[in-house]
Design a protein around this ligand. Structure first.
Ligand SMILES: Cc1ncc(COP(=O)(O)O)c(C=O)c1O
Length: 277
């Protein structure tokens, strides 16, 4: 990017994208997702300018748990081709889809290859967050540019991590299926417990990843204040929705990655806390 180039972020978005665009000297342009966290293609189209270089999304999504439909993704790819910008598709959670269709891989379509950069990670799939291994799939013209930055910043992923990554990818994948099953159970616990709190929170059930954006209905306070109160008074940690950009305020992002007994304990505390308000 050159200074002043724009990157469209459908929001709520993964908070680091906002910082990454700033770090690269760009300007992030926030386009709110719809009420049920789908892409608003009309609004995205209107936000495209001659300075638009990219649009960044993750699907399944952090923080919303949304899995964009294949039609939405393909329509977005068509727009990227027509208006000549690139879609940076973060696939960190690609293996955690609870309901619905298998997400489409735009690289299957020759016509989209120059307009999609896909980013993948071993962090979630193999619980290897600290090992720092991931990869990028992109056309040669993008890889040439990406390699310059990669070489100047990281040089390479640590060698022991690369060997571990090969072991993870070539080894028995049962652990991944088991993790998905465990997360599905935790997703269901989280939704059941939120349903019981229906007069205090509303939410869109997540279809993937392990997050839910819960809209609080009990106060008008900003999400940072509510998250700090919940932490200090009920000892439950959440992330303020406002950290994820426009459309995130008024929400708390809950992670249901923890074990069932911890989730139940957290919800017991939240129930007591809201009852005492
Ligand atoms: C959407 C998304 N992308 C990327 C990352 C970071 O991935 P990595 O550990 O591979 O840097 C995370 C981690 O929470 C994430 O939620």
């Amino acid at each position: 990017m050159d200074e002043g180039d724009e990157v469209i972020l459908p929001t709520p978005t993964y908070a680091s994208y906002i910082e990454q665009v700033t770090l690269a000297g760009g300007t992030s342009v926030h386009v709110p997702l719809t009420d049920n966290w789908q892409l608003d293609l009309g609004a995205i189209e209107q936000a495209v300018t001659s300075r638009t270089r990219a649009l960044m999304i993750c699907s399944p999504g952090n923080p919303t748990g949304t899995v964009f439909s294949n039609d939405e993704i393909l329509d977005l790819c068509r727009l990227a081709v027509a208006r000549d910008f690139v879609i940076i598709l973060d696939e960190a959670y690609d293996y955690i889809v609870y309901d619905g269709e298998e997400p489409v891989n735009p690289f299957k379509y020759d016509e989209f290859r120059d307009h999609v950069i896909s980013v993948s990670s071993l962090s979630k799939k193999f619980a290897m967050t600290g090992w720092r291994v991931g990869w990028v799939t992109a056309a040669k013209k993008w890889m040439e540019q990406i390699m310059k930055v990669h070489d100047a910043t990281a040089i390479c992923s640590p060698t022991p991590s690369q060997i571990a990554a090969i072991a993870a990818m070539e080894g028995d994948q049962t652990c991944v299926d088991e993790m998905c099953c465990a997360l599905r159970e935790r997703r269901d616990i989280c939704c059941e417990r939120l349903d019981r709190l229906g007069s205090y929170f509303s939410y869109v059930p997540p279809k993937g990843a392990f997050y839910v954006m819960a809209k609080y209905l009990f106060t008008d306070e900003d999400s940072h204040k509510v998250a700090v109160r919940l932490l200090e008074e009920a000892k439950v940690i959440t992330i303020p929705g406002g950290a994820f950009g426009q459309g995130g305020d008024g929400h708390l992002r809950l992670s249901f990655g923890a074990e069932p007994h911890i989730l139940h304990e957290a919800f017991d505390r939240i129930e007591q806390w809201v009852a005492g308000m």
